[in-house]
Design a protein around this ligand. Structure first.
Ligand code: TYM
Length: 336
């Protein structure tokens, strides 16, 4: 399959746990938009996965709809990509059941994201959290995808997807599933840092450390001016501490290369003033996010258009999933 790029299948999703942030954008969404130019793409809103943290019936649909709007605002094109809600594809749940039969407690308990969740929320260690990787494998393999655009934090989940694909193939002596790879940008898989100096940008680091695509300019400025920094380098060409490296990572994401070089040079000569760096970063960030925020407002106002996209996506995704599931059921031994 991979010899002929045209036929490669791409699949990925994002959980509807709030508005999308810069980590989601640079780790995943930006690459979704690029990949749809070249491949056969399936992008979904992971609204089954979100049940692991128990959303209420009132906000489940609205949150999922909001992610769909943000996909479209960022440039996902329903004519080129199949865009759908995970819960519109119950075939995924059946494949998940099959993978769970060959997934072992020990390997699931060793997954880093599971261990983190257990630590953060010891009173909600549900079976859905434990089997998060088999559901993810089902999402990807239901379309026999070979490329999965994700951020660095999903690398281990992709490794497990390959394990379940391979295990199924060898158990049934078949080559039903490909072994999908995580894909990032040219420089590899991306990790966008939080503004509080450590860790990755995301909900768990708190709202103040996370820039959302829906943040207004004044909010972005405030968050960036408050970002953690230190008292400055004391030696020429000194290695940057984590919080400073993080500010530079954000600068690299949204500013021009000349701007990055300018501040790198000041840093290396111990002449940098972090207030200036942050002001520049805030302005470049606003220039980057504001058009997206406006687009989100526009797309969100077209209810009928959204409905059409949801229905069309469901239909296309189901056709692909039915093909895979038919083959899988046959290989397992069911006779329809
Ligand atoms: P989720 O919803 O946590 O994140 C969605 C995507 O955003 C990326 N991401 C980041 N990338 C770089 N830096 C960050 N700070 C950052 N924060 C988030 C994630 O790597 C991800 O690509 N399990 C997935 C959702 C999912 C999925 C799938 C993905 C469900 N099924 C099948 C791919 C294929 C998740 O929770 O991502």
């Amino acid at each position: 399959m991979t010899e002929n790029n045209k036929r490669d299948i791409v699949c990925s999703g994002i959980r509807p746990t709030g508005n999308l942030h810069l980590g989601n954008y640079f780790g995943a969404l930006r690459n979704f938009v690029k990949l749809q130019e070249q491949y056969d793409c399936y992008f979904f809103v992971a609204d089954y996965h979100s049940l692991t943290t128990h959303p209420t019936p009132d906000n489940l649909y609205l949150n999922a709809r909001q992610i769909l709007i943000q996909y479209l605002a960022a440039g996902l094109d329903p004519e080129r990509s199949t865009i759908y809600f995970q819960s519109d594809l119950p075939q995924t749940a059946e494949l998940y059941l099959f993978f769970n039969m060959n997934a072992y407690l020990g390997e699931l308990e060793r997954v880093t994201s599971f261990k983190d969740k257990v630590r953060q929320n010891p009173n909600n260690v549900n079976a859905g959290l434990l089997t998060y990787p088999t559901l993810m494998a089902a999402d990807i393999l239901i379309h026999k995808a070979t490329r999965v655009p994700v951020g660095k934090d999903q690398e281990q989940h992709l490794e497990m997807t390959r394990t379940y694909a391979q295990r199924f193939n060898s158990m049934y002596g078949s080559e039903v599933f490909p072994l999908p790879q995580a894909v990032g940008s040219e420089g590899g898989l991306v990790k966008i840092p939080a503004l509080n100096g450590s860790g990755k940008m995301g909900k768990s680091e708190g709202e103040a450390s996370t820039i959302f695509l829906t943040d207004e300019p004044s909010v972005i400025r405030k968050k960036i001016m408050k970002a953690k920094s230190d008292s400055g380098p004391t030696e020429m060409n000194q290695r940057k501490p984590e919080e400073i490296e993080n500010l530079f990572s954000l600068l690299r994401a949204v500013s021009k290369p000349e701007t990055v070089e300018y501040f790198e040079d000041l840093y290396n000569r111990c002449q940098i003033r972090y207030g200036d760096l942050k002001k520049q970063l805030a302005e470049d960030m606003v220039a980057f996010v504001e058009p997206l925020r406006q687009r989100i407002l526009e797309v969100g106002a077209d209810e009928q258009g959204l409905r059409r996209i949801i229905d069309r996506g469901k239909e296309k995704a189901r056709a692909s999933a039915d093909r895979t599931l038919h083959e899988v059921r046959h290989v397992i031994g069911y006779r329809d």
